[in-house]
Design a protein around this ligand. Structure first.
Ligand code: NAD
Length: 457
């Protein structure tokens, strides 16, 4: 039994406690903000080239530990080890990409009368970063790397369910030469530590990834101190498959675009819109692939899907597949302990039905038939969310029309990729505010300052 001052970290594939870490509260959060505040003048004063070198050292140090970190993440989040290895590769790439930023944070000169006008991109100060449990270190890196590159100091609060790799990152950063106080991690409840970060007067901005519901509260809380906020929230993305697409390619890649990370992915293409004339061919290929998904031990190299993160999540996901749900395809799960839920396809589903409207955040896909391009776009946009999505067709003009018409921050044509380190990622509508990754992420961690220098008497 853990003391009330410790977080018991559970391994979702075994339901066993894998670690205990001290539970931070208000006092520890305030102390972290204070350390970050004290470290800020020194960190921002480090010459751009030197800050860049430190970020490269940090990237190298993470790379050296990548195998351990991947194992820790796979066990704690219940994700397949091959996915976790890929994620650690992305973490390293993210630090390398933003290691190039300190020397490229250029301003503008603007022609004006009577003098010279120039702009600077100044760091904000202490930034608060709040992350979810589905891609713990990856999403932390998307925030930490650009924030450090721009000269800010950090208080990072990982999700209570998955704090381990973020706590490791804090240690690795210190060992790599990032000065004391620049990167501080507080592991504690969102309603305590998270809320304190949001309300703290010395925190300049909050970059949050998590549910739309908590994000709404963060936007409200941030208003008290006019904090800047970046919100990366939920999704209910559409994978639109026209009859003239390469159906075999679309059907074989659709399952992992929703069942990857056991469906606990904000970019999950959980609404599969299929042109009615292609339904039969599409469904038979989909069935073959879904039935072949290897669900099991996250630490096995052949595993493609692990368990859900918690008993609560299992309960929530199960509520969408009750007695009258139109289950068309169901994969398999292992016996024994673990929060397992099989890959499940519901078909045909109306876009008004609850599983098509709400973010399930589990391995449940809805197949929704459509009759023409207009209807496909209408259905794709009939959601409060707008995070990612795909369009599959061999007609280039139709692909571009659809990609432009779908109200979503990220769209792929004839592919289901959502995220690249060098390109912007974020949501339209209630999927969020602001962009991470690519050149755009730096906007969230800098303020534009305009300086006018009078040169005429
Ligand atoms: P969550 O909203 O429950 O928690 C996210 C983080 O917020 C955690 O660290 C949590 O402790 C903290 N938190 C909770 N209450 C808080 C409060 N009152 N004040 C401040 N912080 C608080 O989300 P989750 O369950 O960890 O993650 C799942 C959700 O995240 C899904 O909705 C998913 O779509 C979303 N998500 C979005 C993206 C994206 O980039 N858009 C990426 C991954 C996950």
């Amino acid at each position: 039994m853990a003391s009330k001052d410790a977080i018991e970290v559970i391994e979702p594939a075994t339901e066993q406690v894998m670690a205990e870490v001290p539970r931070a509260g208000i006092e520890e959060t305030d102390a972290a903000v204070e350390r970050a505040k004290r470290a800020f003048p020194g960190w921002r004063a480090i010459a751009p080239g030197e800050r860049s070198a430190l970020l490269h050292r940090l990237a190298n140090a993470i790379e050296e530990r990548a195998d351990d970190l991947a194992t820790l993440e796979a066990r704690n989040a219940g994700k397949p080890i091959s996915d976790a290895r890929g994620e650690m590769g992305m973490v390293v790439e993210t630090f390398r990409y933003y290691a190039g930023a300190p020397e490229r944070l250029t301003g503008k000169t603007i022609p004006v009368a009577g003098g010279v006008d120039m702009t600077f991109r100044e760091p904000l100060g202490v930034v608060g970063l709040i992350t979810p449990w589905n891609f713990p270190l990856t999403i932390a890196s998307w925030k930490v790397a650009p924030a450090l590159a721009a000269g800010n100091t950090i208080v990072l609060k990982p999700a209570e369910l998955t704090p381990l790799t973020s706590l490791e990152l804090e240690r690795i950063a210190l060992d790599a030469g990032i000065p004391e106080g620049v990167l501080n991690v507080v592991a504690g409840p969102g309603s305590v530590c998270g809320q304190r970060i949001v309300e703290h007067p010395d925190v300049a901005t909050v970059a949050f990834t998590g549910s739309t519901e908590v994000g709404r509260g963060i936007a409200e809380g941030a208003a008290g101190t006019i904090k800047r906020v970046t919100l990366e929230l939920g999704g209910k993305s559409a994978n639109v498959i026209f009859a003239d697409a390469d159906l075999a390619a679309a059907a074989s890649s659709a399952p992992l675009a929703v069942f990857g990370n056991a469906g606990q992915d904000c970019c999950a293409r959980s609404r599969i819109l299929v042109e009615r004339s292609a339904m039969d061919d599409f469904m038979s290929e989909l069935e073959r692939v879904v039935k072949g998904i290897t669900v099991g031990d996250p630490l096995s190299d052949s595993t493609q899907m692990g368990p859900l993160i918690s008993a609560d999540q299992l309960h929530t996901v199960s509520s969408y597949v009750n007695g009258d749900a139109p289950v068309a395809i169901r994969g398999s799960v292992p016996d024994g302990p673990g929060y397992w839920f099989p890959p499940t396809v519901l078909a045909p589903v109306s876009n008004d039905a609850r599983p098509a409207r709400e973010e399930i955040f589990g391995p449940v896909a809805c197949v929704i038939p459509f009759d023409d391009e207009d209807q496909a776009i209408r259905i794709a946009n009939d959601t409060i969310y707008g995070l990612s999505g795909s369009v599959w067709t061999r007609d280039g003009a139709k692909a571009m029309r659809a990609a432009r018409a779908i109200e979503s921050g990220v769209i792929s044509i004839n592919s289901n990729t959502s995220v690249r380190v060098s390109t912007p990622f974020g949501g339209f509508k209630q999927s969020g505010v602001g962009r991470e990754l690519g050149p755009d992420a730096l906007d969230a961690y800098t303020e534009v300052k305009n300086v006018y220098y009078a040169t005429e008497e």
